[in-house]
Design a protein around this ligand. Structure first.
Ligand code: SF4
Ligand code: SF4
Length: 254
Protein backbone atom coordinates (compact mmCIF):
# COMPACT_ATOMS: atom_id res chain seq x y z
CA UNK A 1 0.00 0.00 0.00
CA UNK A 2 2.79 2.40 1.00
CA UNK A 3 4.69 1.53 -2.18
CA UNK A 4 1.64 2.25 -4.35
CA UNK A 5 1.19 5.66 -2.71
CA UNK A 6 4.89 6.48 -3.20
CA UNK A 7 4.65 5.54 -6.89
CA UNK A 8 1.57 7.76 -7.37
CA UNK A 9 3.37 10.65 -5.66
CA UNK A 10 6.52 10.20 -7.83
CA UNK A 11 4.45 10.06 -11.02
CA UNK A 12 2.59 13.28 -10.29
CA UNK A 13 5.76 15.00 -9.15
CA UNK A 14 7.49 14.16 -12.47
CA UNK A 15 4.49 15.33 -14.49
CA UNK A 16 4.33 18.67 -12.68
CA UNK A 17 8.09 19.19 -12.88
CA UNK A 18 8.02 18.64 -16.67
CA UNK A 19 4.95 20.80 -17.16
CA UNK A 20 6.57 23.53 -15.02
CA UNK A 21 9.62 23.65 -17.26
CA UNK A 22 7.40 23.76 -20.38
CA UNK A 23 5.28 26.52 -18.86
CA UNK A 24 8.37 28.60 -17.98
CA UNK A 25 9.51 28.47 -21.62
CA UNK A 26 6.22 29.97 -22.80
CA UNK A 27 7.48 33.32 -21.45
CA UNK A 28 11.13 33.20 -22.68
CA UNK A 29 12.41 34.48 -26.06
CA UNK A 30 12.43 31.86 -28.81
CA UNK A 31 15.88 30.82 -30.13
CA UNK A 32 14.74 28.61 -32.98
CA UNK A 33 15.77 29.91 -36.40
CA UNK A 34 13.37 29.21 -39.23
CA UNK A 35 16.08 28.09 -41.65
CA UNK A 36 16.28 28.61 -44.65
CA UNK A 37 13.92 31.61 -44.48
CA UNK A 38 15.89 32.97 -41.52
CA UNK A 39 19.66 32.77 -41.17
CA UNK A 40 21.93 33.37 -38.23
CA UNK A 41 24.64 35.99 -38.53
CA UNK A 42 27.87 34.02 -38.88
CA UNK A 43 30.83 34.72 -36.62
CA UNK A 44 33.77 36.65 -38.02
CA UNK A 45 36.50 34.52 -39.71
CA UNK A 46 34.20 31.51 -39.95
CA UNK A 47 35.69 28.59 -41.95
CA UNK A 48 33.12 27.00 -44.25
CA UNK A 49 34.28 26.67 -47.83
CA UNK A 50 37.36 27.56 -49.85
CA UNK A 51 37.23 29.79 -52.87
CA UNK A 52 40.01 30.63 -55.35
CA UNK A 53 40.06 33.73 -57.50
CA UNK A 54 41.87 31.98 -60.34
CA UNK A 55 42.61 35.26 -62.16
CA UNK A 56 44.93 36.17 -59.31
CA UNK A 57 46.58 32.77 -58.92
CA UNK A 58 50.24 32.63 -60.01
CA UNK A 59 50.50 28.85 -59.62
CA UNK A 60 53.22 29.04 -56.94
CA UNK A 61 51.76 25.98 -55.15
CA UNK A 62 52.48 27.36 -51.68
CA UNK A 63 48.93 26.51 -50.64
CA UNK A 64 49.27 22.96 -51.96
CA UNK A 65 52.47 22.44 -49.97
CA UNK A 66 50.94 23.90 -46.81
CA UNK A 67 47.91 21.60 -46.84
CA UNK A 68 48.35 18.89 -44.18
CA UNK A 69 45.85 16.49 -45.77
CA UNK A 70 46.91 16.97 -49.39
CA UNK A 71 43.48 17.89 -50.64
CA UNK A 72 44.71 20.60 -53.04
CA UNK A 73 45.92 19.56 -56.47
CA UNK A 74 47.48 22.16 -58.75
CA UNK A 75 48.79 21.69 -62.28
CA UNK A 76 50.80 24.34 -64.12
CA UNK A 77 52.33 24.82 -67.55
CA UNK A 78 55.20 27.27 -68.10
CA UNK A 79 54.27 30.14 -70.37
CA UNK A 80 56.39 30.71 -73.46
CA UNK A 81 58.40 33.90 -74.15
CA UNK A 82 55.69 35.31 -76.41
CA UNK A 83 52.84 34.61 -73.94
CA UNK A 84 51.66 37.53 -71.85
CA UNK A 85 49.63 36.28 -68.92
CA UNK A 86 49.40 39.72 -67.36
CA UNK A 87 49.48 40.61 -63.69
CA UNK A 88 47.40 39.79 -60.64
CA UNK A 89 45.44 42.50 -58.84
CA UNK A 90 48.28 42.57 -56.29
CA UNK A 91 50.83 43.36 -59.02
CA UNK A 92 52.48 39.93 -59.27
CA UNK A 93 53.56 38.93 -62.78
CA UNK A 94 51.89 35.72 -63.96
CA UNK A 95 54.29 33.28 -65.62
CA UNK A 96 52.45 29.97 -65.34
CA UNK A 97 49.22 28.69 -66.81
CA UNK A 98 47.17 27.05 -64.06
CA UNK A 99 45.58 24.15 -65.92
CA UNK A 100 44.33 22.45 -62.77
CA UNK A 101 43.29 23.76 -59.38
CA UNK A 102 41.16 21.25 -57.50
CA UNK A 103 40.25 21.26 -53.83
CA UNK A 104 38.63 18.19 -52.34
CA UNK A 105 36.33 19.65 -49.69
CA UNK A 106 35.47 16.11 -48.52
CA UNK A 107 39.05 15.76 -47.26
CA UNK A 108 39.55 19.35 -46.10
CA UNK A 109 39.84 19.82 -42.35
CA UNK A 110 39.18 23.58 -42.51
CA UNK A 111 42.50 24.44 -40.88
CA UNK A 112 42.99 27.44 -43.22
CA UNK A 113 46.74 26.74 -43.46
CA UNK A 114 46.52 27.11 -47.23
CA UNK A 115 45.10 30.62 -47.00
CA UNK A 116 47.93 32.32 -45.11
CA UNK A 117 50.95 31.63 -47.36
CA UNK A 118 49.22 32.79 -50.56
CA UNK A 119 51.22 35.76 -51.91
CA UNK A 120 48.26 37.15 -53.86
CA UNK A 121 45.50 36.49 -51.29
CA UNK A 122 43.47 34.66 -53.91
CA UNK A 123 42.53 31.63 -51.82
CA UNK A 124 40.03 32.47 -49.12
CA UNK A 125 37.38 30.98 -46.89
CA UNK A 126 33.92 32.13 -47.88
CA UNK A 127 30.62 32.16 -46.04
CA UNK A 128 28.98 29.35 -47.95
CA UNK A 129 27.86 26.22 -46.15
CA UNK A 130 25.16 25.02 -48.50
CA UNK A 131 27.13 22.64 -50.66
CA UNK A 132 26.23 19.21 -49.34
CA UNK A 133 26.21 16.50 -52.01
CA UNK A 134 25.11 12.90 -52.45
CA UNK A 135 28.37 11.98 -54.17
CA UNK A 136 31.77 12.68 -52.60
CA UNK A 137 33.16 13.51 -56.05
CA UNK A 138 30.80 16.49 -56.19
CA UNK A 139 32.74 17.97 -53.29
CA UNK A 140 35.84 18.38 -55.46
CA UNK A 141 35.88 22.04 -56.38
CA UNK A 142 37.62 22.89 -59.67
CA UNK A 143 38.77 26.45 -60.17
CA UNK A 144 40.86 26.32 -63.33
CA UNK A 145 39.07 28.02 -66.20
CA UNK A 146 41.27 26.58 -68.97
CA UNK A 147 39.56 24.50 -71.64
CA UNK A 148 41.16 21.21 -72.81
CA UNK A 149 42.04 22.94 -76.09
CA UNK A 150 43.82 25.79 -74.29
CA UNK A 151 45.75 23.29 -72.15
CA UNK A 152 46.74 21.36 -75.25
CA UNK A 153 47.84 24.54 -77.01
CA UNK A 154 49.87 25.80 -74.02
CA UNK A 155 51.62 22.42 -73.70
CA UNK A 156 52.37 22.27 -77.41
CA UNK A 157 53.79 25.81 -77.49
CA UNK A 158 56.02 25.09 -74.52
CA UNK A 159 57.37 21.91 -76.09
CA UNK A 160 58.10 23.73 -79.35
CA UNK A 161 59.91 26.52 -77.52
CA UNK A 162 62.00 24.10 -75.48
CA UNK A 163 62.87 22.16 -78.62
CA UNK A 164 63.93 25.36 -80.42
CA UNK A 165 66.08 26.42 -77.44
CA UNK A 166 67.72 23.00 -77.30
CA UNK A 167 68.50 23.11 -81.00
CA UNK A 168 69.97 26.62 -80.69
CA UNK A 169 72.18 25.48 -77.82
CA UNK A 170 73.41 22.51 -79.82
CA UNK A 171 74.22 24.72 -82.80
CA UNK A 172 76.12 27.18 -80.62
CA UNK A 173 78.12 24.35 -79.10
CA UNK A 174 78.93 22.91 -82.51
CA UNK A 175 80.05 26.33 -83.77
CA UNK A 176 82.30 26.76 -80.71
CA UNK A 177 83.81 23.33 -81.26
CA UNK A 178 84.51 24.09 -84.92
CA UNK A 179 86.13 27.39 -83.97
CA UNK A 180 88.41 25.65 -81.47
CA UNK A 181 89.39 23.02 -84.04
CA UNK A 182 90.15 25.69 -86.63
CA UNK A 183 92.29 27.53 -84.07
CA UNK A 184 94.21 24.35 -83.22
CA UNK A 185 94.75 23.60 -86.91
CA UNK A 186 96.04 27.14 -87.53
CA UNK A 187 98.43 26.77 -84.57
CA UNK A 188 99.80 23.51 -85.97
CA UNK A 189 100.23 25.01 -89.44
CA UNK A 190 102.18 27.97 -87.99
CA UNK A 191 104.47 25.58 -86.02
CA UNK A 192 103.30 27.01 -82.70
CA UNK A 193 103.91 24.99 -79.60
CA UNK A 194 101.06 25.42 -77.18
CA UNK A 195 102.09 25.72 -73.57
CA UNK A 196 102.03 22.55 -71.43
CA UNK A 197 102.90 19.97 -74.12
CA UNK A 198 103.02 19.19 -77.84
CA UNK A 199 100.57 20.46 -80.41
CA UNK A 200 99.06 17.02 -80.93
CA UNK A 201 98.52 16.56 -77.24
CA UNK A 202 96.92 19.99 -76.86
CA UNK A 203 94.59 19.31 -79.72
CA UNK A 204 93.80 15.89 -78.31
CA UNK A 205 93.11 17.49 -74.92
CA UNK A 206 90.83 20.05 -76.49
CA UNK A 207 89.03 17.33 -78.46
CA UNK A 208 88.63 15.31 -75.30
CA UNK A 209 87.30 18.40 -73.49
CA UNK A 210 84.78 19.13 -76.21
CA UNK A 211 83.71 15.55 -76.42
CA UNK A 212 83.29 15.55 -72.62
CA UNK A 213 81.22 18.72 -72.98
CA UNK A 214 79.18 17.15 -75.74
CA UNK A 215 78.69 14.03 -73.63
CA UNK A 216 77.58 16.14 -70.68
CA UNK A 217 75.23 18.12 -72.88
CA UNK A 218 74.00 14.88 -74.37
CA UNK A 219 73.15 13.49 -70.96
CA UNK A 220 71.60 16.89 -70.03
CA UNK A 221 69.46 16.70 -73.18
CA UNK A 222 68.48 13.15 -72.36
CA UNK A 223 67.48 14.33 -68.87
CA UNK A 224 65.49 17.23 -70.24
CA UNK A 225 63.80 14.90 -72.75
CA UNK A 226 62.89 12.52 -69.95
CA UNK A 227 61.61 15.40 -67.84
CA UNK A 228 59.55 16.69 -70.74
CA UNK A 229 58.11 13.25 -71.41
CA UNK A 230 57.27 12.85 -67.72
CA UNK A 231 55.61 16.28 -67.66
CA UNK A 232 53.65 15.47 -70.81
CA UNK A 233 52.56 12.11 -69.38
CA UNK A 234 51.52 13.80 -66.13
CA UNK A 235 49.51 16.40 -68.04
CA UNK A 236 47.86 13.78 -70.19
CA UNK A 237 47.00 11.60 -67.18
CA UNK A 238 45.46 14.61 -65.44
CA UNK A 239 43.48 15.51 -68.53
CA UNK A 240 42.24 11.93 -68.96
CA UNK A 241 41.22 11.73 -65.29
CA UNK A 242 39.33 15.01 -65.58
CA UNK A 243 37.63 13.86 -68.77
CA UNK A 244 36.60 10.56 -67.18
CA UNK A 245 35.33 12.44 -64.15
CA UNK A 246 33.29 14.83 -66.31
CA UNK A 247 31.84 11.95 -68.31
CA UNK A 248 30.94 10.00 -65.17
CA UNK A 249 29.28 13.09 -63.73
CA UNK A 250 27.34 13.67 -66.94
CA UNK A 251 26.22 10.04 -66.98
CA UNK A 252 25.06 10.20 -63.38
CA UNK A 253 23.14 13.42 -64.14
CA UNK A 254 21.47 11.76 -67.14
S1 SF4 B 1 41.84 24.46 -45.10
FE1 SF4 B 1 43.52 23.12 -44.43
S2 SF4 B 1 42.88 21.08 -45.08
FE2 SF4 B 1 41.57 22.52 -46.19
S3 SF4 B 1 42.61 22.83 -48.14
FE3 SF4 B 1 43.34 24.44 -46.76
S4 SF4 B 1 45.20 23.59 -45.82
FE4 SF4 B 1 44.10 21.88 -46.75
S1 SF4 C 1 49.35 30.10 -52.89
FE1 SF4 C 1 47.86 31.44 -53.92
S2 SF4 C 1 48.91 32.05 -55.81
FE2 SF4 C 1 50.01 30.28 -55.02
S3 SF4 C 1 49.05 28.53 -56.07
FE3 SF4 C 1 47.97 28.77 -54.12
S4 SF4 C 1 46.22 30.07 -54.59
FE4 SF4 C 1 47.64 30.25 -56.30
Amino acid sequence: MVKALTDIYTTFKSIFTGMGITFRHLFTRSVTVQYPQQRDVLPERVRLKLHVNIDDCIGCRLCERACPVECIEIGTIKSTDDDDLGETSTGHKKRLWVDQFDIDMAKCCYCELCVHPCPTDCITMVEDYEYSAYDRNDLILSFSDMTPEQIEEAGRKLEEEEEAKRRKKEEAMLARKKKEEAKAAAGEAGGEKPAGGGTGEASKDSDAESSRGADASGSGDADSDAEKAARRAEREARRAARKAEREAKKKSED
